[in-house]
Design a protein around this ligand. Structure first.
Ligand SMILES: NC(=O)c1ccc[n+]([C@@H]2O[C@H](COP(=O)([O-])OP(=O)(O)OC[C@H]3O[C@@H](n4cnc5c(N)ncnc54)[C@H](OP(=O)(O)O)[C@@H]3O)[C@@H](O)[C@H]2O)c1
Length: 239
């Protein structure tokens, strides 16, 4: 009897949004490949026949190789979610912090997106999901590399979508833009409309099922996205 179980990989599945999405996909009977640096946080999936692998996405030679091997081990996959990301606001801009964010969110992301895209082209189908941010829409002070890195990620996905269309293959590319989600990454006093990781995961899953090009998480963040695109600098960048 053929095994119709869907197969998905999540990069950055140890906590927050990635972990909640892993739990949701497992409950939907997906066969999972999960990755992150803190592998002990994914121990709960080991009994379910899922694949757990350590990866630091900033180490691109090694992370690309690890993803290739994981895909092979799983006999090909239908869905790859590139969720790993970092960002840490500091009182003043520090190059080490900026560089680390670029290494993970830009270089690390593109290194894995190319592996995923090549796999889907060879296989003839697939679905790539990148976790960007509402921050992608406009530059932000404090940690400018974060907003800029998410702008890169969203723009990169748009480019891959163009290549997917030109290939004529059924390869979907989804750009997810969360607002605030209650995870270790959501810091500061001025946060609002904060969603639980579980709610974020449910809405991401809905966007995946519909093979959406873009989705704001939660949906009302589309309003903030629209405002960020339109408001003048003197309104957005008040002292
Ligand atoms: N929370 C929000 O308000 C919010 C808003 C917009 C967008 N996002 C985006 O959502 C994504 C998930 O973040 P989160 O909020 O769920 O925060 P989180 O709980 O801190 O999760 C971050 C995930 O990324 C992984 N990661 C970070 N650096 C990595 C590295 N060098 N190599 C491999 N994996 C790495 C972490 O795994 P390890 O540490 O175990 O390696 C963890 O699984 C990020 O891309 C973030 O930018 C979050």
């Amino acid at each position: 009897m053929p095994n119709n179980r869907k197969k998905a990989i999540i990069i950055g599945a140890t906590s927050g949004i990635g972990l909640a999405l892993a739990e949701l996909l497992a409950s939907k009977n997906f066969h999972l490949g999960l990755s992150g640096r803190r592998t002990h946080l994914m121990d709960g999936f080991r009994g379910g026949g899922h694949h757990i692998t350590a990866m630091d996405v900033a180490d691109t030679d090694s992370s690309r190789q690890t993803l290739v091997e994981l895909i092979k081990e799983m006999g090909g996959v239908d869905l790859i979610v590139l969720n790993a990301g970092r960002g840490s606001i500091r009182p003043k801009i520090e190059w080490e912090n900026e560089k680390r964010t670029i290494d993970v969110n830009v270089t690390g992301f593109a290194a894995l997106a190319t592996v995923a895209f090549e796999h889907f082209q060879q296989q003839g189908h697939g679905h790539l999901v990148g976790i960007s941010s509402v921050a992608a829409i406009r530059g932000g002070g404090g940690h400018p590399a974060y907003n800029a890195s998410k702008a890169f990620l969203s723009n990169y996905l748009q480019g891959l979508r163009h290549d997917a269309r030109r290939s004529g293959l059924p390869i979907a590319i989804t750009d997810i833009k969360p607002g605030f989600v209650d995870t270790a990454m959501a810091q500061g006093d001025g946060i609002f409309w904060v969603a639980s990781p579980e709610k974020a995961a449910r809405q991401i899953y809905c966007a995946i099922r519909r093979r959406r090009k873009h989705a704001y998480i939660t949906r009302r963040w589309a309003l903030i996205g629209w405002l960020l695109g339109w408001l003048p600098d003197w309104v957005v960048y008040r002292k």
